[in-house]
Design a protein around this ligand. Structure first.
Ligand code: HEM
Length: 584
């Protein structure tokens, strides 16, 4: 058998070699290669013609060779280009054969995102909606179709609407606390914080966007939900290969091939779930004033009655795509940010202590010891500083993207950005530029005091983007983050454990910068049982830890005096009384 195969292979190879020396075939190969070479490099003179500073491209790869062969991450590529021209407002590079313009100057960024937004409406990612339903979602739709859909969905994310979801979100975070509590009793070597917060965020979007109680944290019944959300957010080899690789080189061929790049089962699953929600709500006259209701109203206005569609056609799939997008965009992002934040709090206990003190005092001030209320959430300035610093240091998306939808004369420069030009705004690099953030690798919430913020130009802090196309879920994400952090810190002390990776290493997955070894995943959460009497007072274990350190530390008192100013007098008095009453 083997001999037969080998003799066949030899014949085949010698036939091919003969072909190669056939003058006609050789000629055809040379013509094709020349044509291909010309096609792949024909765009490479764009930036030199326009006198834009740029990185010299190499055939086929442009400037992304290192990234394509795995020698650098996407964020490193953009950072390399950003630092290559430190004085330039804009610079050019080539992603394979496509010329990109990087906007470096914060003032220009601000103008493009906000004042001159009408010239840069689109994200500029072309995904054929007939092969991937996500092409219909808000993130990927363009022009007028995006504008109308965004107007319809915006009302679901206003502060007033979100207030209506506090209770739902709070119930989910309570489940999280119970889970951590049980888990930390059973597992003493650390809690997989990131994993359980991911489940929590699925529950939160489930309740807010679908009006469903999923309880992913506790039950394995929701394997379907977990499975299909994962399919939406996990890297999809087919999508990367056909859409991003071949699609960049031969967009027309890929359009013709119509290869499905999204899991059809996931689409069908979300479709049937959303249908059930619609049927249930219609039948039972449920009007919950939540995001699900906003989606249903959009369906009524744009699909069923097709009023105010400005000539655009919408169908049921457009609505389902957005429900799916909320899961894809609203779960991993919040979970990763919350986990990074807890990681930093675990290794910076002074920040953890100060934050807990603020949470405790705000709870008492606003009577939110049992049920968190709106006044409490709005009175957490230090928590906002800590969250902003997390969003800066752990910028999830390396860049923002835009495409010029009209010709645009760059103010103060002799260059016109042509209609169709793709633009990159290097978020990560700006958030880590020592010019705006000295010692950028240090976690320092003080960068976000009002005074420090006023020293930086607009356009230097954009974790959610900016302007009319900024992240629609920004308020929801901030609300979730405050709730998650304040609930956890009120009940647990967070410490690094053996599995915690210090410092963290990173990778880029699905365009999102994530920790490589899930190193921020494992943290120790402790709630010593003997602290419960103090927990009654403060709903926190902070006092217990200080109290313990007082007990065991020969210099006791010193630490207490040091931390005293962090507490408002009311709390400090109770604390002292507790110690005086014999706990010391
Ligand atoms: C920490 C959490 C989050 C971060 C850092 C984040 C970041 C971003 C960024 C950078 C953009 C692009 C904005 C631009 O182009 O100017 C975006 C868009 C978007 N985000 Fe978020 N996001 C987060 C959470 C959420 C949540 C919770 C939801 C929804 C439930 C959500 C839904 C969306 C949607 C639908 C878009 C597309 C908006 C449009 O094109 O009109 N995001 N997000």
């Amino acid at each position: 058998m083997l001999t037969v195969l080998t003799s066949h292979s030899i014949k085949m190879i010698s036939y091919l070699i003969n072909c190669l020396f056939d003058p006609i075939i050789l000629c055809l190969i040379i013509i094709n290669c020349t044509f291909l070479y010309y096609y792949l490099t024909s765009t490479y003179d764009k930036w030199s013609k326009l006198n834009v500073l740029h990185v010299e491209p190499i055939p086929l790869f442009g400037n992304v060779f290192k990234m394509m062969v795995g020698l650098e991450r996407q964020v490193q590529l953009f950072d390399r280009i950003y630092h290559r021209f430190p004085e330039a407002k804009i610079c050019g590079f080539y992603q394979m054969r496509i010329p990109y313009l990087m906007i470096r100057d914060p003032v220009l960024i601000n103008t493009i995102l906000i004042k001159d937004f009408s010239h840069f409406v689109d994200h500029g990612i072309d995904i054929d909606e007939s092969v991937n339903i996500m092409g219909r979602s808000l993130f990927l739709t363009n022009g007028q179709k995006w504008k109308i859909m965004r107007q319809k969905l915006n009302p679901g994310f206003t502060s007033v609407k979100l207030r209506g979801t506090h209770e739902q979100i709070q119930k989910c975070t309570d489940q999280l606390l119970n889970y951590i509590n049980e888990n930390s009793k059973q597992k003493t070597d650390g809690t997989e914080v990131n994993k359980i917060i991911k489940n929590l965020t699925i529950d939160i979007i489930g309740t807010c966007a679908f009006g469903m109680k999923l309880d992913t944290i506790n039950s394995e019944n929701n394997v379907n939900f977990k499975k299909y959300v994962n399919k939406l957010v996990k890297p999809n080899g087919k999508l990367i290969f056909f859409q991003y690789l071949l699609g960049t080189l031969f967009p027309k061929v890929i359009k013709l091939l119509k290869i499905q790049t999204i899991d059809v089962d996931a689409t069908n699953f979300f479709r049937s779930v959303f249908r059930e929600v619609i049927d249930y709500r219609t039948e039972h006259n449920v009007d919950r004033n939540d995001i699900a209701q906003t989606l249903m109203k959009a369906r009524n206005d744009l699909v069923l009655n097709s009023e105010s569609t400005g000539g655009e056609n919408y169908c049921e799939l457009d609505i389902i795509a957005n429900a799916m997008l909320f899961f894809a965009a609203g779960t991993e992002t919040v979970a990763a940010t919350a986990s990074y934040c807890l990681y930093e709090l675990a290794i910076n206990t002074d920040i953890q202590d100060r934050l807990r003190a603020e949470i405790t005092s705000s709870k008492i001030k606003h009577g939110a010891q049992i049920n968190i209320n709106n006044e409490f959430l709005e009175d957490l300035p230090y928590a906002e500083m800590v969250i902003n610093e997390t969003l800066r240091k752990y910028t999830l998306f390396a860049t923002l993207m835009r495409k010029a939808t009209q010709n645009y004369d760059v103010p103060g420069e002799s260059i016109t950005i042509e209609k169709g030009q793709k633009i990159t705004i290097p978020l990560y690099s700006i958030h880590h530029d020592p010019k705006y953030y000295p010692n950028p690798d240090t976690f320092d919430p003080e960068r976000f005091t009002e005074e420090e913020k006023s020293k930086r130009p607009n356009g230097t802090f954009l974790p959610f983007g900016d302007g009319p196309r900024h992240c629609i879920g920004k308020r929801l994400a901030e609300l979730e983050l405050k709730l998650i952090i304040s609930k956890i810190l009120s009940n647990f002390e967070i410490l690094p454990c053996e599995k915690t990776e210090i410092p963290l290493t990173f990778k880029t997955e699905r365009g999102m910068i994530t920790s490589k070894n899930e190193g921020m995943d494992f943290l120790k959460t402790i709630m010593p049982p003997e602290a419960t009497d103090l927990v009654d007072y403060f709903d926190t274990t902070y006092v217990h830890r200080s109290y313990k350190s007082v007990q065991h530390n020969p210099n006791n008192g010193v630490r207490l005096r040091n931390i005293a100013p962090l507490y408002p007098p009311s709390i400090w008095n109770v604390y002292q009384t507790t110690l005086d009453n014999g706990h010391n």
